[in-house]
Design a protein around this ligand. Structure first.
Ligand SMILES: Nc1ncnc2c1ncn2[C@@H]1O[C@H](COP(=O)(O)OP(=O)(O)O)[C@@H](O)[C@H]1O
Ligand SMILES: [Mg+2]
Length: 326
């Protein structure tokens, strides 16, 4: 399953992504964790030393390698230079799988050992608000979108993306690349307004959106979220002493995380797992084409000097049964 955590800065996206990754790892599930948040903190939240985390290879800096690998022998994609972030896979493209070694992971993923298991971590590298505004050729999150569009994951495999809910993800279509999106919201007007905006974008694309209330302190908070969010509210998480201890540089074993938080994590996993049977692979592939055409027309064709629409392989559907060629 492909899972995104989005929300306002400071709402707890990174915290909840990291707890969810730990929860999956502790259960022995294979996980790729991706830090695509504007503030790159997922590595630290997974317990990496600050200096090591800051020196992780950035996806954004390996775009040529990523494009060349994914392009494979796809005859519709003439060169890595004509491949933009929305270029979809087709016959001849190489696909990524959660459980494999490949040159993209070699260059951009690093193992992180957690209680109970090891996950792979990939990071976009630091970016700014300015990077988010433009639907740009060099977009830092473009590498993540390319990887998601070329990644086939099974029912018991997880890709967890800590992501900024910005205009970039709406313009490019990245917000449609997930089986489920967890919108982390504090019980505040701002938290809820990010939810409304997301919901608005998501409506026409069949995005499964669930709200995770965070830093919820009492019945008033819960009542506020229930009123504002209704049935989209999946679960709420309170202040966690385990997280606070971690923030103080005194991490404890994951099994000591408070039961209410563990309960919330189980619900998140159930909600994610439930999406698998409902997957619509054809729609997923169609949406790639939709956003690719949109980006091609608005800037891509001109930028690459190519008719990017011709990159779309009409007979191709992304799914686990597709055998990667090349
Ligand atoms: N449930 C929680 N309990 C305790 N502290 C939390 C909780 N959720 C988030 N925090 C703290 O709030 C701050 C912001 O969280 P963070 O996950 O970095 O937000 P975001 O990634 O959305 O910007 C961090 O200091 C984090 O430790
Ligand atoms: Mg963050």
């Amino acid at each position: 399953m492909k899972i995104a955590f989005v929300g306002k800065g400071g709402s707890g996206k990174t915290t909840l992504s990291s707890l969810f990754v730990r929860h999956l790892a502790a259960a022995g599930a294979p996980v790729i964790a991706v830090d695509a948040d504007i503030n790159q903190h997922l590595g630290a939240a997974l317990g990496l030393e600050e200096t090591y985390a800051a020196a992780l290879p950035a996806l954004g800096e390996h775009l040529p390698l990523i494009k060349d690998y994914l392009r494979g022998t796809n005859p519709r994609i003439a060169s890595a230079e004509t491949m933009i972030k929305t270029t979809p896979p087709g016959e001849g493209s190489r696909l990524l799988r959660v459980r494999e070694d490949n040159p993209v992971y070699d260059a951009c993923a690093r193992p992180v050992e957690l209680d109970g298991g090891t996950v792979r971590l990939m990071v976009t590298g630091p970016f700014s608000d300015a990077d988010l505004g433009v639907a740009c050729y060099h977009s830092k999150t473009g590498a993540v979108e390319l990887c998601l569009n070329h990644l086939v994951d099974g029912a018991d495999e997880y890709v967890v993306v800590d992501m900024t809910a910005g205009s970039d993800s709406f313009a490019s279509g990245m917000f449609t690349r997930f089986d489920i999106t967890f919108l982390v919201a504090e019980p505040t007007r701002k938290g809820v307004s990010v939810y409304r905006q997301y919901k608005e974008y998501a409506r026409d694309f069949g995005v499964t959106l669930k709200v995770v209330g965070n830093k919820v302190q009492g019945p008033d908070d819960l009542d506020f979220l229930r009123t504002e969010v209704g049935d989209d509210l999946l679960v709420t998480v309170g202040q966690s002493d385990w997280v606070r201890a971690m923030e103080k540089g005194r991490p404890s074993r994951f099994e000591l995380l408070e039961e209410p938080s563990r309960h919330a994590l189980r619900l998140l996993r159930c909600a994610a797992d439930a999406t698998y049977e409902l997957r619509d692979r054809e729609r997923y592939t169609r949406q790639m084409a939709h956003f690719h055409l949109k980006n091609a027309r608005s800037w891509g064709d001109e930028r690459t000097g190519t008719d990017l629409a011709a990159q779309i392989d009409p007979g191709f559907v992304l799914g686990e049964n597709v055998t990667a060629s090349a």
